[in-house]
Design a protein around this ligand. Structure first.
Ligand SMILES: [Zn+2]
Length: 294
């Protein structure tokens, strides 16, 4: 951004950062993928983790939760200097990933309820453990816990959040999301299902049923639909066909009136439709998965 100011706009540099620490205190714009609402924040430190560590209300304002989704921050001057509505392409999805609006103040009453459920106390009362022993419903013990929702309207709605376990390093845990490490979808699924199988509270067959019903089956059906309704394109003249002509050859005519006759190519490939079918079939064979899903 500084190079741009100096070389293109003939202005003095703004950040003048020599070392990463020089950016401490700089205002950034947080923007989550596939959204268009940026949220202003300030850099207060750096961490070795491949993560954006911020208060829960900041993440929620970006419409993210803290479950390992991708995320981004940009130095404020970058979108101010390089963003304009007139740069946006007219294609579908053009409004995504662009800071069309910028939130400068986060309000815990305006974000997703999830962030208001985060517990921010420094200790749990004995009554909580007694209630757990008596198997009381979470809703009944909620008044015992210091959560963000209880602080709304007070002076500590956004500050003074507590925690129960101290650490010497904020990045003391895993520094990279297991999703990043896994690489392929096969391994990602295998690793999460391996974990699910170890957790007593998880019914593995039900978890797989949910995964199939909410992710893989709609994905396979969507891909099949786009395969069946795909356009074809001529290999020689790039003429596009909504449906392939029965002659299976390009029927366009050039400037001289000659028939093109070029080979027609599919625009959706069979492999992209079949991609998750073997994995879906393998998962559906897990004992206990409902026969309806199978
Ligand atoms: Zn053609």
């Amino acid at each position: 951004v500084d190079d741009e100011l100096v070389r293109i706009y003939r202005l003095p540099p703004f950040y003048r950062a020599q070392r990463i620490e020089d950016l401490l205190g700089a205002i950034v714009v947080g923007l989550a993928p596939h959204t268009s609402g940026g949220v202003a924040g300030r850099i207060v430190g750096f961490s070795a983790a491949e993560a954006c560590l911020a208060p829960p209300v900041f993440h929620a304002a970006k419409r993210r939760n803290c479950d390992g989704d991708e995320d981004s921050v940009t130095l404020l001057l970058d979108p101010l200097l390089n963003f304009s509505r007139s740069f946006l392409p007219s294609s579908r999805g053009a409004l995504m990933d662009k800071p069309l609006v910028l939130t400068t103040r986060v309000d815990p009453t305006e974000v997703d309820g999830e962030a208001r459920n985060v517990d921010v106390g420094c200790r749990y009362p004995l009554a909580l453990y007694r209630a757990a022993e008596a198997r009381q419903a979470p809703k009944e013990v909620e008044p015992l816990i210091d959560i963000v929702a209880h602080r709304i309207g007070g002076p500590h709605a956004l500050s003074g959040y507590g925690f129960t376990h101290d650490t010497t390093d904020l990045a003391g845990g895993p520094v990279q999301s297991a999703y990043r490490r896994a690489g392929s979808m096969d391994r990602m699924v295998a690793e999460s299902m391996g974990l699910a199988a170890k957790i007593r509270a998880v019914d593995l067959a039900e978890a797989i049923g949910l995964l199939l019903n909410t992710h893989f089956l709609p994905d396979v059906m969507g891909n099949l639909k786009s395969y069946a309704t795909q356009k074809f394109i001529c290999k020689s003249c790039r003429e596009s066909y909504r449906r392939p002509p029965l002659a299976l050859r390009c029927s366009a005519r050039g400037h001289d009136g000659a028939l093109c006759g070029g080979e027609l190519l599919p625009t959706v490939h069979e492999a992209s439709v079949r991609k998750y079918v073997p994995l879906t079939q393998r998962l559906s064979r897990t004992p206990g998965v409902s026969p309806y899903v199978r």
